[in-house]
Design a binder for this molecule. Sequence first.
Ligand SMILES: [Zn+2]
Length: 588
Amino acid sequence: MIWDLSHLVESVDSTLIQRELESMVTEAEKVRDKYHGKIVGLDAKGVLELLEMKDAHTLKFEGVNTYCRLMYSADSTDDVAKQLNDAVRRASMRVGQALAFINIELGKLLAEDPSLVTDPVLAEYKHYLERILRRVPHMLSETEERLIIVKDKNGINAWQMLQSDWLSVRTFDIEIEGEIKTLPYGEIIGLYESPDRDLRKRANQIVYEGLGKDEIIWASAIRAVCEDHLQMSKMRKYQTPMIQSLIGNDVDQQTIESLMNTIEKNVGLYQRYLRLKAKVMNLDKLANYDLIAPLPNAPEMDYSWREARKEVVDAYMEFDDETGGWVDEMFEKRHIDGEVRKGKESGAFCADWLAGKSAYILQSFNGKMGDVYTQAHELGHAVHAYLGSRAQKPSNYEIGSCIAETGSIFGELLLTERLLSKAKTKEEKQAILANILDEFGMTAFQVSARVFFEQSMYDAIERGEFLDGEAAAKLWVEARDKIYGDSVDWLDVMRWEWTMKPHYYMANYRFYNYPYVFAQLFVFALYQLYKEQGESFVPKLKRLLAAGSSKSPRELGAELGFDITDETFWEKGMKQAEEFIDMLEETL
Ligand SMILES: [Zn+2]
């Protein structure tokens, strides 16, 4: 259960590792010395040489980079790990500074000579160059860009910091088993998933009542963030407030419109699930504090490390031998850290190791069904890396949020299929289905409410309205009700739910939300295609994952025979969700 990081480096001697990091910086500086100020004069061959050099640099030092970061994730209290983490952060920052000129100068070159994008010599980097070119019209002058960085430091960044600092020092008094406890925000939210319904209700009531009292802080912050974004969008000549995010995520407006239309048309499907979940929980109707609650009669399903490995490997094996083999290799080579211990980073992640054509995974494995799902999820990321690293250079493996979760969510569905086929009781089946449908509902539908809310704030400001706390709360409730209708009872204080969503306040992170909706529905649609096409779908999915970021999501969809700007594609995802909902209904 403990990973072996030694594969990443030639030697684990920390002095030698520090030396490696030094040469990572000096070699990047050599690239800078050779090309800085000269990119505008390059021809196609010259550009190819530069990009290949940049990619070779990434691959050469990727192992040592990853080693230092993972050492620290594994134990942040270890002195050597702390030193290495600090060293790698400083070195990476210097590399970033040294090479920042490349995309800026490439942008200028491509703006002058867009034909380079389609030059056959640069065929492998075509989409990489297209993405750079798409950003060029929105760049301002160097002086203006520098001014923006200075302005943001005490502007947007300061609002973000105020929101997060303020939230993190809030405390809440709550009675638990006859005793009044004072809990910080990070702790009290854990009670939202308590099996005790009354406790869940009180935790929600106390938190949001408390947050509502500070409405003036949250409203000032969110208003500043939104108004700043509107002004900057105009200066940068984005036609709508969403365009900057669309470019960043390599998608277009038509695609996102058709995605969001599909969501709006299918709110009834989600509401049907919520009514069924109420029945399973023996309630007339769900309240907001039941949405992520565990089912009251869910059986305890425990897994040993070995059992979990078998379930997950077999789930992938049933899909494809090669894929299942890679998943097994991740265990065999000890590229997964599952041990629960102090000093280890919480949560789970998969770190790609392109140079080694593999990956590393960290999780804290407690033997619950959720842990097996986490494993299946992160191993899906690993499979993505196995395929991508065999087919792409690093520049073509910068996968945007819409596509990044394809392997991982697909893996969760494979596991679901396997667990369902083995489930012996109806309670087991219900627990498995509720698990996958809760996630689907939260990610596809609840997050859509946040997309509507964000859009409605820009619209309100453009109409000249003043967004105080109550005005923002009203927009939040409207967006929420568009999704939930009357299928859920909300505590009145839930109108303050927007106050704690950190993403709304993050600098340069507007419209972060629809990629989650995209990813969820995209993979459900792919899974439906897999069900329809069987084995012949397997190579198609593998090609899609192997493409990395060398193609846009729209091109990837086209290769599957679909136009993702058309709602027909997204409806396939809804059909998959409907099948799970039907299965749940059959258990009643
Ligand atoms: Zn993921």
